[in-house]
Design a binder for this molecule. Structure first.
Ligand SMILES: Cc1cc2nc3c(=O)[nH]c(=O)nc-3n(C[C@H](O)[C@H](O)[C@H](O)COP(=O)(O)O)c2cc1C
Ligand code: SF4
Ligand code: SF4
Length: 252
């Protein structure tokens, strides 16, 4: 089994590790132009961003040739995923694949403009993350199939979300508007955790214009030196089972 994953704060990496198999980082596959994946089972694990998948995952899906008998797609999310299943199905079909099994695991919502991280952590136990992961692992082990129904109403919802939510959110709040405070020691970790290679650290921290709005830099800065005007608080999050070096290994 092979799992292609995208992660900023470790939720998806943790889920991918729990499902098992060979883990392949989507940012690295993109960078190395590796677009042929074959195995008896192949999966994608990625976060929900603005009720869709991250832009880079969508681009990866449009390029990759997956040869498998069983293709699964697992989202992690915090608050809600609306038509994200239908969106994934649509993206997969456009690239000539059908999703055999899809599911979503509710975890900490790392979206700083809306959620306060301490509050998210306080509410985490009630989400029963382990129970959700075990159920998904069982389904995949049994090669369970799910059906995604796309109706004209679903199509309209996808279009509405993309226009009203995803595009405005993902065009706003990009790294070029982040504030670097005087706690920055120019350690370069933000550049190493960035899946998009969008950061250069020399005399100061420079952000380029191809930000994925993943917040890996904001959440993983060891000095808590990176901020957004719209953040709910300065508390940051990384999945408790995932270390900084794991995020660096995944994304650099
Ligand atoms: C830009 C952005 C948009 C997000 N949009 C949603 C959303 O629409 N619905 C939701 O439930 N969670 C949303 N999230 C939260 C993530 O999906 C969630 O925290 C995920 O588990 C993070 O995975 P990671 O730790 O592997 O990066 C968003 C996060 C970011 C950074
Ligand atoms: S990770 Fe934080 S401290 Fe290190 S260079 Fe980036 S902003 Fe500065
Ligand atoms: S600059 Fe920050 S938010 Fe943008 S893609 Fe890189 S790590 Fe993610």
């Amino acid at each position: 089994m092979k799992i292609c994953y995208f992660t900023a704060t470790g939720n998806c990496l943790y889920v991918a590790k729990r499902i098992g198999g060979e883990l392949l980082s989507i940012p690295q596959l993109m960078r190395h132009g590796q677009f042929e994946i074959s195995d008896e089972a192949v999966g994608i694990v990625c976060p929900v961003y603005a009720v869709e998948m991250p832009m880079m995952v969508r681009e990866f899906m449009s390029k990759v040739k997956i040869r498998t008998n069983y293709f699964f797609f697992i989202y992690t999310y915090g608050m809600g995923y609306a038509e994200a299943f239908a969106h994934a199905d649509k993206v997969a079909r456009a690239s000539g694949r059908q999703i055999d099994y899809i599911n979503a695991i509710q975890m900490v919502d790392n979206y700083l403009p809306v959620f306060e991280m301490q509050d998210q952590l306080d509410k985490l136990a009630a989400k029963n993350v382990e129970g959700q992961i075990e159920a998904v692992c069982r389904d995949i082990a049994e090669r369970k199939h799910t059906e995604i129904k796309i109706t004209p109403k679903t199509e309209a919802e996808i279009a509405k979300y993309t226009e009203m939510l995803a595009i405005p959110i993902l065009r706003k709040d990009t790294a070029q508007s982040y504030i670097v405070n005087d706690q920055c020691i120019r350690c370069g970790i933000c550049a190493k955790v960035c899946p998009a290679n969008n950061i250069t650290v020399t005399d100061k921290v420079y952000f380029s214009d191809h930000c994925e709005v993943c917040y890996a830099c904001l959440h993983n800065c060891p000095q808590n030196a990176l901020h957004m005007k719209t953040e709910q608080s300065s508390v940051r999050f990384r999945n408790e089972h995932i270390k900084l070096k794991d995020i660096i290994q995944a994304n650099q």
